[in-house]
Structure formats: structure tokens, C-alpha cells
Design a protein around this ligand. Structure first.
Ligand SMILES: [Zn+2]
Length: 155
């Protein structure tokens, strides 16, 4: 990511749109210490849903791009609220010293610890395992259903 132009610069953001890399757009962002916040325009990936104006940062280096959050909650029959939530989203940290963090990658977390950061290949492998886990959940539901109805169950 680079600073394209502060709003007060003589070069208009519109004139810079043509020079953006594919998959990037120009987005306003607010940065600075309280009392010195300014709106600038940054290169922002088209998958980013972050509002960089509302989510102002002290420094440019704190700006990260994040995509739409998706999640699955685990309910419990002994309470009204989900006990677990597992979420994911696309992310990139364009100012990171780690090139892997600068590239688009997938965050996966459960709000209990640090988010896991996965490459696209790692995400595909995890998705395959989650699909297999889902099939095992369905098999477990069949066993529990049969058992609760007095039927014979087999694993
Ligand atoms: Zn962004």
C-alpha cells in the first residue's frame, strides 16, 4: 500500500485511479493523532470491506485491510446463547515486515486467542477438514437420533 495523495495535494484522487493495480481501488482513510487527523486516499483491495474513515488509525502503518466476516456458531441445548464462534475473513497488513502478512491471506479465529493466519492453500486444506468434520457431525446426529428413539445404533 502506498499513500496516494492527501486531500489537500494538487493531484486529485480521480486522476490517480487509472494508475491503480488490478483489484485495487482508491479509498479515503483517516489517520493521525487526535487534533491532527487528516483524510488521505489509499490503495485498497476490492475485497476489503473496512471503512478506513470510520476506523481511523494513529499511523498509516496501522491500516490493515479486512474482508467481510463470516462465522459459524455452536449452540447448546442447555442454554440460549452459542458457546463457541469460529470466524474467518480475508486480510492483509500492507505495512508488515513479513511479506506473508502483506499478501492477502485468511484469518481464522474463535475470539479466545490470536487469530490464525492461513495462506490460500492452507485455507483450502482447512476447508476440506471442516467439510469432513461436518460429515462426522451428521453421522453423530444420526447415532444420537436413533439412540434417543430407542433404535439400535452403530458407529
Ligand atoms: Zn481496505
Amino acid at each position: 500500500m502506498s499513500i496516494v495523495a492527501p486531500e489537500s495535494a494538487p493531484v486529485s484522487p480521480q486522476s490517480l485511479v487509472a494508475s491503480l493495480a488490478p483489484g485495487m481501488r482508491l479509498a479515503p482513510a483517516r489517520v493521525g493523532r487526535p487534533g491532527h487527523v487528516q483524510t488521505i486516499h489509499i490503495e485498497c483491495p476490492t475485497w476489503c470491506t473496512q471503512n478506513h474513515v470510520e476506523d481511523w488509525q494513529y499511523d498509516m502503518e496501522d491500516i490493515e485491510h479486512t474482508g467481510a466476516r463470516f462465522s459459524v456458531e455452536v449452540p447448546t441445548m442447555t442454554g440460549d446463547e452459542a458457546l463457541y464462534e469460529w470466524y474467518g475473513r480475508v486480510s492483509s497488513d500492507p505495512w508488515s515486515s513479513d511479506v506473508r502478512m502483506r499478501s492477502a491471506h485468511v484469518l481464522v479465529g474463535d475470539c479466545s486467542r490470536e487469530d490464525a493466519r492461513l495462506t490460500p492453500d492452507m485455507t483450502d486444506e482447512l476447508a476440506d477438514r471442516v467439510i469432513a468434520y461436518g460429515l462426522e457431525l451428521r453421522a453423530a446426529a444420526r447415532v444420537a437420533r436413533q439412540a434417543s428413539q430407542g433404535g439400535v445404533s452403530a458407529v
